[in-house]
Design a binder for this molecule. Structure first.
Ligand code: XIL
Length: 537
């Protein structure tokens, strides 16, 4: 039913401040980004938070320092797990009910509403000072069969009644609503669900207007998956929300579910894609983040997973209207992945024993926090400095007697970097290190744009012999400065065992088969000895 409300301007609202104490917010305000100046410390991508403060801050507090929230999905059965709720209630500033507000839970029979489960999640969030991104009102899935069985002429009234009753029940309690969930197929065509079959695309605007009438203060979202990067489905969503805005339909945001998988690669151009939606005058949010791997997980998959989490955080922080990030539950103990994608799992920031993983450290670091103790075996996480390492493999033979990494160091920050404070580590296995005598190495710089004379190199044994990495090639610089935005250019390195026995590089931690330069999170960089880029093995 078209409503006059569609002509009212959407009230200006901002993301809730979550559970962060106001004093801390005030303190952080002084530490915000500084205006560009000719002199002074390099401008960091993140607000400057002193490391001792940052190390003790929660993910939500770190996000709050950027004006974002960091949230988690949860579900009713988990709320009786005290160890789980302790972290849910403290680390996160926002909650999304994973199932408790879906149609089949709320209105399993026509006209019979049951809000107990949704109310329990709202109670938890309110007790912990957390905002609620409510999920969802209109979706093809977890939809009771009575809706699909309705004559098409009755679907609209049923949909409007469902929205009015549910959004009305939670009026004033929730920050946002996913009004329409997953309207598109992967090729960008519309899903032919009960709503589309009854009303065509008009159901979307009708649902948004109905939700706005029921709770005028809630931010209204359309939410979908596989729209994070560029592609046909993202384009379809872009056309839809452009049209809704042009028509004056109340829509405030687009939710990017961001259910990623290591084996499918990172969505191309995520930041730019979020930005084009923001440029329409919409908020954007990462609403259901997880990064699954094919089991068993190993060091390489874990490193890629951490890198994807980092990239998602950086994409959101790079878009002013990206209001926050929600993980689709924070622990593997309650992840939806293993039951939905057989053979896959380990998708979350915390493991099944509720211990933070390397991905957690990567998220912390990307938010400007220090290491929070994630179990990455190397005691570090992805750094948040302005350094980026790129790598190409100059020797495709994995079983000969030399290893030939090509490396480039890029300064992505706003100030110059003193190269004499930087070291890089390429992690590999010697394969017969315990031989007699134990392996020793020769290392070589064959070519460097900046001159091999300033490039230092040596091999050292890794402590603890992590998988795929009992040694590392350490590369340093005797002098020089890398200007903001500059790259060292190609540095061609080579190493061999002094006994010239063969390597088996196939399991080496830092190696890929890529023959052209690409970002290399498994090659670590250090500033003054502190991890500044990449994930240690
Ligand atoms: C999932 C829940 O996490 C599972 O418990 C349930 O069995 C199926 O739905 N996109 C969405 C979410 O919008 O509602 C889905 O949640 C995950 C995919």
């Amino acid at each position: 039913m078209p409503s006059l409300l569609q002509f009212l301007p959407s009230p200006t609202k901002r993301a809730p401040m979550g559970a962060l104490p106001l004093l801390l917010v005030a303190a952080l305000a002084f530490a915000g980004p500084q205006p560009a100046a000719a002199a002074g410390p390099p401008a960091a991508a993140a607000p400057v938070v002193t490391s001792t403060t940052a190390a003790s801050m929660t993910l939500d507090a770190l996000a709050e320092a950027h004006g974002r929230y960091f949230g988690s999905a949860t579900d009713n059965p988990e709320l009786s797990d005290a160890a789980y709720t302790a972290t849910l209630g403290s680390e996160f500033g926002q909650i999304t009910p994973g199932n408790s507000m879906k149609w089949d839970t709320i209105e399993p029979q026509q006209g019979q509403f049951n809000f107990a489960k949704g109310d329990a999640v709202v109670d938890f969030a309110q007790q912990h000072g957390q905002s609620i991104h409510a999920h969802n009102l209109v979706w093809h899935s977890q939809l009771p069969s009575w809706v699909s069985a309705l004559p098409t002429g009755q679907v609209r009234a049923a949909m409007e009644n469902h929205i009015t009753t549910e959004a009305g029940h939670y009026k004033g309690e929730v920050y946002a609503w996913d009004v329409v969930n997953e309207p598109f197929n992967d090729d960008g065509t519309y899903r032919t669900d009960a709503f589309y079959n009854a009303m065509g695309t008009a159901y979307i605007g009708d649902a948004l207007r109905t939700a706005h009438a029921a709770d005028p203060g809630a931010e209204l979202y359309i939410n979908d998956y596989n729209i994070e990067g560029s592609g046909a489905k993202a384009d379809a969503m872009y056309r839809l929300v452009s049209q809704l805005k042009a028509d004056g339909v109340p829509i405030d945001g687009v939710g990017f579910q961001t259910h990623l998988a290591v084996q499918y690669g990172f969505p191309s151009g995520m930041r730019a894609n979020l930005q084009r939606f923001a440029d329409l005058g919409l908020d954007v949010a990462v609403t259901e983040l997880d990064v699954r791997v094919q089991l068993p997980a190993d060091a390489a998959k874990s490193a890629t997973q951490s890198d994807y989490y980092r990239q998602v955080v950086e994409a959101c922080l790079g878009v002013a209207r990206c209001v926050g990030i929600t993980v689709w539950d924070y622990t593997d103990k309650y992840s939806w992945v293993p039951s939905t994608f057989p053979g896959q799992g380990s998708a979350c920031l915390y493991d099944e024993n509720l211990q933070p993983k390397a991905a957690y450290d990567a998220v912390r670091a990307a938010l400007g926090g220090g290491s929070g103790g994630g179990d990455d075996g190397g005691g570090g996480g992805t750094g948040n400095s302005a350094l980026l390492v790129q790598y190409r493999n100059n020797d495709q033979n994995a079983t000969d007697n030399q290893i030939k990494p090509g490396l480039r160091l890029v300064n992505t920050g706003g100030g110059a970097v003193d190269l004499s404070t930087v070291t890089l580590r390429y992690w590999f296995t010697a394969d017969d290190p315990g031989g007699s005598p134990a392996a020793t190495f020769d290392t070589w710089c064959d070519y460097a744009v900046i001159g091999c004379g300033t490039v230092t190199h040596r091999v050292a044994a890794a402590s603890g012999s992590p998988a795929g990495a009992d040694h590392y090639l350490e590369v340093g610089f005797s002098s020089g400065s890398l200007a903001a935005g500059a790259s060292t250019g190609d540095i061609q390195l080579r190493l061999n065992k002094t006994g010239w026995t063969a390597f088996d590089e196939s399991d080496d931690y830092s190696r890929t088969t890529g023959a052209s330069y690409a970002d290399a999170p498994r090659i670590t960089a250090y500033l003054g000895g502190a991890l500044a880029y990449g994930i240690e093995p």
